[in-house]
Design a binder for this molecule. Structure first.
Ligand SMILES: *Cc1c(COP(=O)(O)O)cnc(C)c1O
Length: 352
């Protein structure tokens, strides 16, 4: 027996690369191309450094209160984490504690199976249909919990609120997590269903629509009792997860709703324009309601395009995995960035 036999061995999640070049176009990790709300920069300059001596508020009270008032729920219904990855990871640990398999789509956020393996949670995947939609009937089998993103990643496909409710209705005995990382780009949130279903957890993030991926802020909204369980696990793990600057700047971002609507509106408009242009170039894709487009070309392979783009310092995401290896996930950047991408593609497609 060696000490290494006692190590918990896992295959970690692989994040998109984070190149840092002066003149790159970075469309590979779904960040927002616009800066955070103007008040955030102002406040960042005025940050009171003396306050950093002290531990931050373990309950992130001001941020919880800001979110509770913004979403019209009680503050006991909000759980704040260090990015929604933190919220989701703790939710797996807290709620998926059954011997039965949890269920999620076969094509989805590639962190779910990593957490399931890490925490030794059995899981089964349910195949999306040919149009990349969830088949609700798959979620009628016995299970230990359910999670899916809406809109889904990396497809961008949005499911209707009726479909989400159908799954909730069929699964009153387990926790159902709806990962709404991309809901602000045109989707309808499951939040109103919280009144009817106490086993629902809705998870959202500041990383995509609020332009703050670098601060690491995510949150979950659910029934008070459910959020209480999540807090018990969090406080058994690490009390002071979110640092003080993130708490303070997060509150400031929530205050500026007009700016939030402005940048998400711009991204949606750019997305719709780019869809039209990509179609003209021979690309096809499911109709994304997120801040990215999951596109494949009629003749050129995704891997070939990926490397050609990368050579030109245009970064998109490509996975050499079953079912998705013929598509590229292209984040919607600014109009200027998308024009550079489209010009490159026009030229490239012409040559093949
Ligand atoms: C980006 C993403 C997250 C995590 O984002 P954080 O930066 O940790 O908030 C969670 N779920 C999905 C589906 C995502 O795409």
């Amino acid at each position: 027996m060696k000490w290494e036999d006692n190590v918990r061995k896992v295959v970690p999640y692989v994040a998109g690369e984070q190149p840092n070049k002066e003149r790159m176009i970075k469309l590979n990790t779904n960040e927002c191309p616009y800066p955070p709300a103007p008040g955030v920069a102002k406040l960042a300059e005025q940050l009171n450094c003396d306050a950093l001596r002290l531990y931050p508020d373990a309950n992130t009270t001001p941020l919880v209160e800001a979110l509770a008032s913004y979403y019209g729920v009680k503050k006991e219904q909000i759980f704040v984490g260090v990015g929604s990855d933190d919220v989701l990871s703790l939710a797996f640990l807290t709620f998926f504690n059954s011997e039965k398999s949890i269920l999620f789509p076969d094509v989805t956020y590639s962190f779910y199976d990593v957490w399931a393996d890490l925490y030794r949670i059995p899981y089964r995947t349910c195949a999306l249909d040919k149009d990349w939609h969830i088949r609700p009937e798959d979620y009628r089998q016995p299970n230990g919990g359910i999670i899916f993103p809406n809109p889904n990643a990396p497809t961008g496909v949005l499911e209707s609120l009726d479909m989400v409710e159908e799954i909730l209705k069929a699964n009153p005995d387990v926790v159902v997590i709806v990962d709404e990382a991309y809901i602000d780009f045109g989707g309808v949130s499951a939040l109103p269903l919280l009144e009817k279903y106490e086993n629902l957890l809705v998870v959202q993030t500041f990383s995509k629509s609020r332009a703050m991926a670098g601060l690491r802020i995510g949150f979950g909204i659910g029934n008070e009792k459910l959020i209480g369980y999540l807090n018990d696990v969090k406080f058994s793990f690490n009390s002071y997860t979110m640092n003080l600057p993130s708490q303070v700047l997060g509150v400031e971002a929530v205050k500026d709703d007009a700016y939030f609507k402005e940048i998400t509106g711009k991204i949606v408009a750019t997305r719709e324009r780019v869809k039209g242009e990509l179609k003209k170039l021979g690309f096809s894709f499911p109709d994304s309601q997120a801040n990215f487009i999951f596109a494949s070309h009629e003749t050129i392979s995704a891997s070939q395009l990926f490397y050609a783009l990368r050579e030109a310092d245009i970064y998109v995401r490509y996975w050499d995995k079953p079912r998705i290896s013929e598509s590229l996930r292209i984040t919607v950047g600014t109009d200027e960035e998308m024009d550079v991408l489209l010009a490159f593609l026009r030229d490239y497609v012409d040559r093949f």
